[in-house]
Structures are given as structure tokens and as C-alpha cells.
Design a protein around this ligand. Structure first.
Ligand SMILES: [Zn+2]
Length: 314
């Protein structure tokens, strides 16, 4: 399968198609020779001889777009290659690639060292209709204050309700059904959960869809999304962990859990409950926050990486 990454976006258009459009878009005569080989596209190198090589010596790997020129020795990412074809900076090449070939936002999975596509399957029967989200705004500056980017909010369909000044977190069950909207006031530190619904494990649907084996677990949705923002797949319990939630985790594809509950008495009790009821199949690893940090949302990315590195098997 082809994996061309441009920043955090995955481009799925076959590389031969991209080269085709690139070639006709250029006005500098580069890419005059293009040969489609089984594993590579071999082209006139844009880096040497002013890009006017008659017979291509630059190999672009079809699987990931990485190129290597046997004429001049230049090599690097597909983004670098495209930029050189245009005689433009990489920022221009990036914009061109994303404009023409879409690209799906992915989050880097630091545990497995490879990117995970965050793609919610469509067409699954929903318990709540997704259109319920249309009444809300898709962005509010408060979200940035809580360290969340527009990209992550878009991925997890976070919304803002201006009328009640609440952030809305759509919560899906592990099969991808929308089961409730968790609401968090931006003025007071309180959460509103639908009492009639068994609360699901937040983001477990993404974990399942992408068959992610290693996750962090936290309490609140802000902590959870901060984890994703920092590149760590994360799930959350919406406060106190329930038996139903542990049951869901036990049935999931997860093999390793880094416990990153709040740095307080409640957080420690959730960890004890989890350790007691979690299936033996899943390894649980405790993390230790610096004393002055209350929860994951308080941490910097570097601090979280450090905490993960120093976490121990319990
Ligand atoms: Zn070259």
C-alpha cells in the first residue's frame, strides 16, 4: 500500500498520477523523461543539469515517494522532490499536493513508529443521528486555550454551543455508534453527561477502527485529545471508570495501556479499579506525573514523552 505523507496528511493518489499532473503543471521543462517501472517512477532529475536530463536517473519509490538520484546523489522526501520540480519552497509543494490530492489527516503513533489513519467508517447504524451536531459551531478559541488544534477537533468532531457556552464532545461506542454528547462548560469546571446512557470509552471507536494496540488512558476528553495532539493514541473514561467501560476495553484490540489518570486521589483509585478488573491479556503500565502537574492537559509534549519513557510495568 502506498504511503505518501505530507506533514500529517496521507496522500493516496498513485504517485504516477501525481507525476503526470506535476509534469503538465511545470513551465520550466523539468520532468521531460518519465518512465513507469514496477516499484519506481524514473524521471529526469530536477536537481542536476538544470533539470534538463534527457534520460531520467532519479528514482521515486512508489510505496512512499522517497526519491534517490543516481546521477547527482540527491535524495529525500517526495515533498522535497516536488518543491524542486517547481523551483519553489516546500511550503508551496505542500499546498499544491494537498489542494490537488486531498490527503487525510493522520496522527503519528509514536508507540509503533508508524502513522495511523484516523478514518471513521461511514454507513454504520448510529444510535444518535450525526445531524445533531450541525446545530453547533465547529470552532471556538477556547479550544486552542486548552491546547487543541482545529485538526484534532475536526477529527473528533468537537463542537461548541454558543448558547450555553459549552464544548460538545460526541461520544461513540466501540462500534462507532454515536451514543451521547458530553458537554463541558467553559465557565465552570463541570461536565454534563446523559444519565440514561451507559457512558462509552471516549475514542475507543478510533482505536478499534485502526487496530491500535497501545494507548494511554485518561479521565477527561480534554486530556484525551491532548494525548492525540501530542501523537499518542489515547482513550478516556469521562470521570470515574465504570465496569461497562472496563468490559469494553477487555473486549478491544488493545494490548498495552499506559495509565495517565489525574494526579490525585480519585485518579489513583481509578487506576486500582482498572488493575483489579482488567483482563490479564492487557498489560498495564503506570505513569508518574511531576507533582506540580494535575492532569495530562497540563503537560507539555516533552513532559508527556518523558513520562512515557520513564513509565514502569506494574
Ligand atoms: Zn540528480
Amino acid at each position: 500500500m502506498q504511503r505518501i505523507l505530507v506533514d500529517n496528511y496521507l496522500i493516496e493518489t498513485p504517485i504516477s498520477k501525481i507525476i503526470e499532473l506535476l509534469r503538465i503543471s511545470l513551465t520550466n521543462g523539468k520532468l521531460r523523461d518519465v518512465q513507469d517501472k514496477p516499484d519506481d517512477i524514473v524521471v529526469s532529475c530536477p536537481f542536476h543539469s538544470g533539470g534538463q536530463e534527457e534520460h531520467g536517473s532519479c528514482f521515486i519509490r512508489k510505496k512512499d515517494g522517497v526519491f534517490h538520484c543516481f546521477g547527482c546523489g540527491e535524495k529525500g522526501s517526495f515533498l522535497k522532490f516536488v518543491a524542486e520540480c517547481f523551483d519553489a519552497p516546500e511550503s508551496y509543494a505542500k499546498a499544491w499536493l494537498l489542494k490537488n490530492f486531498g490527503g487525510e489527516l493522520i496522527a503519528k503513533n509514536l508507540f509503533m513508529g508508524e502513522p495511523i489513519v484516523l478514518n471513521r467508517n461511514k454507513g454504520i447504524k448510529k444510535h444518535l443521528d450525526e445531524s445533531i451536531l450541525d446545530q453547533y459551531q465547529t470552532w471556538n478559541p477556547y479550544l486552542a486555550k486548552r491546547k487543541l488544534s482545529r485538526e484534532i477537533c475536526e477529527l473528533f468532531k468537537v463542537r461548541y454551543d454558543p448558547k450555553y457556552r459549552q464544548v460538545i464532545f460526541p461520544a461513540y461506542d466501540m462500534n462507532g455508534n454515536l451514543v451521547m454528547l458530553a458537554k463541558r462548560s467553559i465557565d465552570v469546571k463541570s461536565f454534563y453527561l446523559d444519565k440514561d446512557v451507559e457512558k462509552p470509552v471516549y475514542c475507543l471507536d478510533y482505536v478499534m477502527k485502526n487496530n491500535i494496540k497501545t494507548v494511554l488512558i485518561t479521565e477527561g476528553p480534554f486530556d484525551c485529545l491532548t494525548g492525540w495532539e501530542y501523537g499518542f493514541p489515547t482513550i478516556a473514561t469521562f470521570g470515574k471508570i465504570s465496569d461497562y467501560q472496563i468490559e469494553q476495553i477487555n473486549k478491544s484490540c488493545i494490548n498495552i495501556i499506559y495509565a495517565a489518570f489525574d494526579n490525585d486521589a480519585a485518579g489513583r483509585s481509578f487506576l486500582e479499579t482498572l488493575k483489579r478488573k482488567l483482563t490479564k491479556r492487557i498489560i498495564i503500565i503506570e505513569t508518574k506525573f511531576p507533582a506540580w502537574r494535575k492532569d495530562l492537559n497540563d503537560l507539555t509534549k516533552e513532559e508527556l514523552q518523558e513520562i512515557i519513557k520513564n513509565a514502569r510495568n506494574s
